[in-house]
Every structure is written in structure tokens, then in C-alpha cells.
Ligand binder design. Structure first.
Ligand SMILES: Cc1cc2nc3c(=O)[nH]c(=O)nc-3n(C[C@H](O)[C@H](O)[C@H](O)COP(=O)(O)O)c2cc1C
Length: 139
């Protein structure tokens, strides 16, 4: 199995309804492919971790890269994993704009309370830590 983490920019500012649609589709499809992970959205930026068999994760990442809803993808991490960090989530989701992100480690200090792609690229460790703070395994 592999774990792939990327950051991308949303093409337009998605509405709550558009995010819910995206998530519903993603969860159904991920269940079929045994893909798990977590998607964060804030400030026109997506940060997502995908876990599963290498061919499935790469196939999905290709589809996401070709999806006009987002662009400018950069991979932050791609590693082989013996176990999943998000075993129970076909795709967890947090809209950081409508949640209270002050509980998240370093989110205010590092990202100013909003996801930012260039900050994420310059602070990969912090970006990955932010995602992983949603994993049960992070405790
Ligand atoms: C930010 C973002 C994250 C996405 N995450 C997933 C996902 O986890 N699983 C999924 O099946 N589709 C996801 N999608 C949707 C895919 O890009 C694509 O629409 C979907 O896989 C259907 O592709 P197909 O029409 O080629 O089957 C995501 C799209 C965006 C913009």
C-alpha cells in the first residue's frame, strides 16, 4: 500500500453543496476501491491524503489531477505504508472555514488559520501534521 498526500488549488470557491456532492461521490467510489483518507478545504486550497493499493491511489490521483474543479497539484509525500492512518474513513472531510480550527496544532501559528498552498509547500511537515491530527493514530 501507499500513502499519497497532495495540495491543490480549487478552480472556484466551492459552495457547501458542491463540497457535499464531491464527498458523497468520493466516498462511494473509494469504498469500492478500498481507498481511505482525509480531505481538508480552506481558502481555495485542498489538502488530501489518499491511502490504498498503489495502482488504485495513482489511478485516483490521475483522475483528481484531471478534474477541472482543481488545479496546480503538488505531491507533498508519497510513501509505502504497512498500515493505514485513516483505516475507518472512506474519505474524512473538514471544511476548515466552517469548523473551529483553533484546536488544531499549529494551524493558527503556521497557516494563519487558513490553508495556504505556498505555506504548505514551504512547511511540508506542518501541512502533513495538520492532516494527521485528524487520524486516530496521531494520538
Ligand atoms: C479536491 C478533490 C478531491 C477528490 N477526491 C476524490 C476521492 O477521494 N475519491 C474519488 O473517487 N473522487 C475524488 N474526486 C473526484 C475525482 O476527481 C473524479 O471526479 C472522480 O474520481 C470520478 O472520476 P471518473 O468520472 O473518471 O470516474 C476529488 C475531486 C477533487 C476536486
Amino acid at each position: 500500500m501507499i500513502q499519497l498526500i497532495y495540495v491543490s488549488t480549487s478552480a472556484n470557491r466551492p459552495s457547501e453543496a458542491e463540497l457535499v456532492d464531491l464527498l458523497e461521490q468520493a466516498r462511494l467510489s473509494n469504498q469500492r476501491k478500498n481507498i481511505t483518507g482525509m480531505l481538508l478545504y480552506s481558502n481555495g486550497t485542498y489538502l488530501q491524503v489518499l491511502e490504498g493499493e498503489s495502482k488504485d491511489v495513482h489511478g485516483l490521483y490521475d483522475a483528481i489531477r484531471n478534474d477541472p474543479r482543481n488545479e496546480g497539484h503538488v505531491i507533498l509525500r508519497e510513501v509505502e505504508i504497512p498500515v493505514r492512518d485513516f483505516p475507518d474513513w472512506s474519505m474524512g472531510f473538514e471544511n476548515l472555514e466552517s469548523s473551529s480550527p483553533d484546536q488544531l496544532p499549529g494551524f493558527i501559528e503556521v497557516f494563519g488559520g487558513k490553508l495556504d498552498k505556498s505555506i504548505a509547500l514551504n512547511n511540508k511537515t506542518n501541512a502533513i501534521r495538520l492532516l494527521m491530527s485528524f487520524s486516530k493514530n496521531s494520538a
